[in-house]
Design a protein around this ligand. Sequence first.
Ligand SMILES: Cc1cn([C@H]2C[C@H](O)[C@@H](COP(=O)(O)OP(=O)(O)O[C@H]3O[C@@H](C)C(=O)[C@@H](O)[C@H]3O)O2)c(=O)[nH]c1=O
Length: 181
Amino acid sequence: MIFTPLALDGAYRIDLERRGDKRGSFARMFCQEEFRRHGLTSIWSQCNVSHSKLSGTLRGMHFQRPPKADAKLVKCMAGSVFDVIVDLRQGSETYGNWASVTLTADGGEMIYIPKGFAHGFQTLAENAQLLYFHSDSYSPGDEGGLHHADDQIGIAWPLEVTSLSERDKTLPTLAKVKPIS
Ligand SMILES: Cc1cn([C@H]2C[C@H](O)[C@@H](COP(=O)(O)OP(=O)(O)O[C@H]3O[C@@H](C)C(=O)[C@@H](O)[C@H]3O)O2)c(=O)[nH]c1=O
């Protein structure tokens, strides 16, 4: 795996190193030792899959608060997505800044998201599927959200939004979100 730090401290793009042969390929997508060596979470407590029918579907921006704040490792398994994170860490020099990685099933890019970030994505193809590892379990009472189209953050979503959950339509702007400590 190739670990490339993103502009927001602690977040990484991770590229698979595929070993190809006549049958196809093989690649490692998680290794406890390698993750530990890079100072990343190396114990996962939950793994989730999401499927979105339409290109342009937007999910986000979501996070969990302490004590259930979770780091995430996200990989696209079908299609492609524009994946985005926003730094919500109290006192961070990059508080409110966003970064993105385009994740494609064919390319094998992944994103590692530390605790304290909001996460969301927009699908760039029909029937996109994402696989997520979470460092803590789902806890609806500790969930938080941030509006994807907040002007103060200014995320440059690539497509018109074709599908958005009722909950995501009503998420607050950054000014109304308490920083994560
Ligand atoms: C996230 C989650 C949802 N659910 C349930 C709640 C609901 O009935 C259904 C769909 O949940 P949501 O509408 O929250 O799904 P979705 O909007 O796809 O939520 C996801 O968005 C992306 C951006 C993330 O980063 C994820 O961590 C997660 O928050 O699944 C679980 O049972 N376990 C889980 O871990």
